[in-house]
Design a protein around this ligand. Structure first.
Ligand code: 13P
Length: 255
């Protein structure tokens, strides 16, 4: 049986706590009875425990947009893995290009976070990689993707049923309204899969890894992404802020 598609709503820092609660409630209502895919919501850190209460029946999952690699101590402003687990978080986005751009998060930090998250076996990291426009223009895309995978995942041991999601998010496609062409996404996902096979072996990759796409996905363009061989799901920003649009995206990709 094919794996269920994973569709993650990244709400970024777009909503207040109150707006987040309203939207989360709309999601619960809209997704009543939905069971074709795995859907997760990633609100801001401050909203996580409220969202946890709203999603308490467990049909929709939720995740954080970041976490720190140490579990406790003098790390002002950070959030620990154990506190995410305490409220029932199942996913955590790591190394989003916006954090790399605005918070100077680098691959050493992302690697530490991946290592720490993997140890728990209970939280699925969503590791974001993707090339800039310049890297694409100069034909360095494949190299950049493989390099980012190595930086984030080298030395990582994957145990048992631990899942790792790789989110391919070309930086130039995020928030621009222009998604990548589906055949190009398929090509990039294939490159990612081959690199992962080199690192972890085919069996582990097929059991434990999923590769999803993010960047300007909306109800109009999602159709082209539905039947791609190496497309395990989507990471959706803007279109996840409107419940009807997001629902259409989810329905289409899980067809
Ligand atoms: P958009 O869907 O708004 O382009 O955002 C994608 C993204 O960055 C998800 O993490």
């Amino acid at each position: 049986m094919p794996n269920k598609k994973i569709i993650i709503a990244n709400w970024k820092m777009n909503l207040s706590l109150g707006e987040t609660k309203v939207l989360a409630k709309k999601f619960v209502k809209k997704f009543t009875g939905f069971k074709d895919g795995e859907v997760a919501i990633c609100p801001t850190t401050i909203a996580l425990s409220e969202v946890a209460k709203i999603l308490k029946d467990g049909r929709l999952k939720f995740g954080a947009q970041n976490v720190f690699w140490e579990d406790n101590g003098s790390y002002t402003g950070e959030t620990s893995i154990s506190s995410l687990l305490e409220i029932g978080c199942q996913y955590v986005i790591l190394g989003h290009s916006e954090r790399r751009a605005y918070l100077l998060e680098n691959y050493e930090m992302i690697h530490k976070k991946v290592m720490a998250v993997i140890k728990t076996e209970k939280l699925t990291p969503v590791v974001c990689i993707g090339e800039s426009w310049k890297e694409r223009e100069t034909d360095r895309r494949d190299f950049v993707l493989v390099e980012q995978l190595w930086q984030a995942l080298s030395g990582v041991n994957v145990f048992g049923s631990q899942r790792i999601v790789i989110a391919y998010e070309p930086i130039w496609a995020i928030g621009t309204g222009t998604a990548i062409r589906p055949d190009e996404a398929e090509y990039a996902h294939k490159i990612i899969k081959l690199a992962l096979n080199d690192m972890f072996g085919m069996q582990v990759v097929s059991n434990n890894f999923r590769i999803i796409y993010g960047g300007s996905i909306n109800p109009k363009n999602v159709k082209g992404f539905t039947d791609l061989e190496n497309m395990d799901g989507l990471l959706v920003g803007g279109a996840s802020l409107k419940v009807d649009d997001f629902y259409k995206v989810v329905k289409e990709i899980t067809k």
